[in-house]
Design a binder for this molecule. Structure first.
Ligand code: SAM
Ligand code: SF4
Length: 361
């Protein structure tokens, strides 16, 4: 049997070897995490890049069984930020040298929504003298919409596959044409064709999910040749159908440890991609994002959504930063990252090095 110390020196793994990395504990786990950090510094650089997150609307046409803002949840007030609120948050990001913003919302496919996002992209570019990088995360859209938004200034797009095992996908989504696994995979292809740096990801620790599923998720990312990954722990939400299966979940501490192992294994598998330290990590551990930054993650998305809306974008229980204003959280984040030996790349885009290598070849 090959030991962890030998496996971590490679960047190609079988599914069985990935399961071994994902289940690593004690000294073996330490070897994995340290190696991932070394590889990150060598291949993606030392810095952590910021994407100021603006959750600009919780109105969603979909009904994913795990998500607190699913259309059937009538316990939340639906909102859409005004253009001015969105642009003020972008101005804050520009003035505080975030380098980039990320606009995220529920999935809406109407013409009005598409036009609105398009207009906003142009205005964000204007207000920042073309300097703010823009990531979008607005779900599945048509190839034309993706192209239009790209031409108007967005250059990265995050669309999690959520679970690359088709059977598991349908256990966590309603089996309707609105929630098609094939369409989700196809949308990732459309994004690549449109020219984006493409990010995907999964939730870790879902009910019914096995370590083999997670190993195959990692191989799916490699096969798709993604540029970025945003994956994080699944956290249950009382007002969702998946809550009924909470007795199947591993304890939160375990989910956290597994999430860090996933990040570390992915860093070894795809050394030059950007990996987000997901906000959900902070729900499971008070230093979750900082810890992720020391085992392979190189992107953090501080929340810039105006405070009065944050409790309505409750994807899962105990979502953090509900009452911490943006200025305060930035200075806290900077000093906490320093404690963990990490430095923020202020004013930089910090694009995926893998993307440029992919474009060249
Ligand atoms: N609507 C877009 C989409 O689904 O791609 C973007 C917004 S959606 C809220 C962003 C991500 O939140 C999803 O991709 C999903 O992985 C994550 N999410 C939703 N519910 C979650 C939960 N209960 N635990 C952890 N992550 C969750
Ligand atoms: Fe809507 Fe995205 Fe939540 Fe699914 S995960 S219900 S698409 S916001």
């Amino acid at each position: 049997m090959t030991g962890i110390a030998e496996i971590v020196n490679r960047n190609n793994f079988s599914s069985e070897e990935l399961v071994k990395l994902l289940s690593a504990k004690g000294a073996d786990r330490q070897i994995l995490l340290e190696k991932a950090h070394q590889v990150k510094v060598l291949k993606a650089g030392k810095k952590i890049y910021l994407r100021g997150l603006i959750e600009f609307s919780n109105i969603c046409s979909k009904d994913c069984l795990y998500c607190g803002i699913r259309s059937s949840n009538s316990n939340i007030a639906r909102y859409s930020l005004t253009d001015d609120e969105i642009l003020d948050a972008c101005r804050f990001a520009f003035e505080n040298r975030f380098g980039s913003v990320a606009l995220q919302s529920g999935e809406i496919n109407t013409k009005a929504f598409v036009n609105r996002v398009d207009n906003l992209l142009k205005k964000i570019k204007q207000l920042s003298n073309n300097t703010l990088g823009i990531t979008l995360s607005c779900g599945e859209q048509s190839p034309e919409t993706y192209r239009r938004w790209f031409e108007s200034g967005a250059h990265r797009y995050l669309l999690r596959i959520e679970a690359s095992n088709r059977e598991l996908y349908y256990k966590i989504h309603p089996n309707t044409s609105k929630h098609s696994f094939e369409r989700r995979v196809e949308a990732l292809g459309f994004l690549k064709d449109a020219g984006y740096q493409v990010g995907t990801g999964v939730m870790i620790g879902l009910p019914f999910q096995t370590l083999e599923d997670l190993a195959k998720d990692l191989l799916f990312f490699k096969a798709l040749d993604i540029d970025m990954c945003g994956m994080g722990p699944y956290v249950e939400h009382e007002h969702t159908p998946l809550y009924a299966f909470r007795n199947l979940l591993m304890p939160k501490q375990e989910r956290f440890r597994l999430s860090l192992n996933m990040i570390a294994a992915l860093r070894l598998l795809m050394p030059g991609i950007n990996i987000v330290a997901a906000t959900a990590l902070q729900t499971l551990d008070p230093h979750g994002r900082e810890k992720a930054a020391t085992v392979g993650a190189n992107v953090i998305m501080p929340n810039l959504t105006p405070l009065k809306y944050r409790k309505e974008y409750m994807l899962y229980e105990d979502k953090p930063f509900l009452d911490e204003d943006s200025g305060h959280s930035l200075s806290c984040l900077e000093s906490r990252l320093k404690d963990f030996g990490c430095e923020i790349g202020f004013g930089e885009w910090g694009d995926s090095k893998h993307f440029f290598a992919r474009k060249k070849s």
